[in-house]
Ligand binder design. Sequence first.
Ligand SMILES: Nc1nc2c(ncn2[C@@H]2O[C@H](COP(=O)(O)OP(=O)(O)OP(=O)(O)O)[C@@H](O)[C@H]2O)c(=O)[nH]1
Ligand SMILES: [Mg+2]
Length: 216
Amino acid sequence: MTQPIDQDAALFARPWIFIRGVPSMKFLPPEGPPEVAFAGRSNVGKSSLINALLTQKGLARTSNTPGRTQELNYFVPDGYSGQGEDLPPMALVDMPGYGYAQAPKQQVDQWTKLVFDYLRGRATLKRVYVLIDARHGIKKNDEDVLNLLDKAAVSYQIVLTKTDKIKPPAVEKLLAATAEKLRKRPAAFPGIIATSSEKNAGLDLLRQAIQETVAG
Ligand SMILES: Nc1nc2c(ncn2[C@@H]2O[C@H](COP(=O)(O)OP(=O)(O)OP(=O)(O)O)[C@@H](O)[C@H]2O)c(=O)[nH]1
Ligand SMILES: [Mg+2]
């Protein structure tokens, strides 16, 4: 007898593909499957974390230079036509970073507008993972994004990145301090996920959280 397929495990075990880069709101795909987006300051490790989660190095483009991701990049599990009833069960959206001051102002303004418009106005956006660099904690521009998400009642969860760059007790301290900052935020999903894409830490927890979000 064949074993029943574990849909949850199957979702991240299968290959994923890039389907679309969205430079402005009018190029968004029609609203369909649930979307889970990765937001955060420039260079925080959004694209690296997507590659680590999907175990596909180089799927989302990463760089040491901030401002690498310049569009809303859509990734879906492979094997769905995307037509009619045959839609993928979810999409992951890699976002441009915010808070990168070195790029030309016009470009920065354009990315920031796209990020804010998308976060505020996408009905199928189920959860935003707001990535915070474990070396820096929540900064003013992260707070602006959290304020927007609270106001728009868009569910978000905090993910610490690059935890390999600080010592374990410092991670614990930051987790406690960050939890305290989130206490009164209405749209914050409880629990902070500490990750390192470099060391593949925290990835199973994040995969599980995403699966629960999409299923729920
Ligand atoms: N040590 C360490 N470095 C990381 C980790 N995650 C990402 N990096 C590095 O951080 C840099 C930025 O990573 P990206 O994934 O491109 O960051 P991003 O948030 O997508 O950046 P933008 O698209 O420019 O906003 C790269 O040099 C990565 O190798 C991590 O967990 N540990
Ligand atoms: Mg990126």
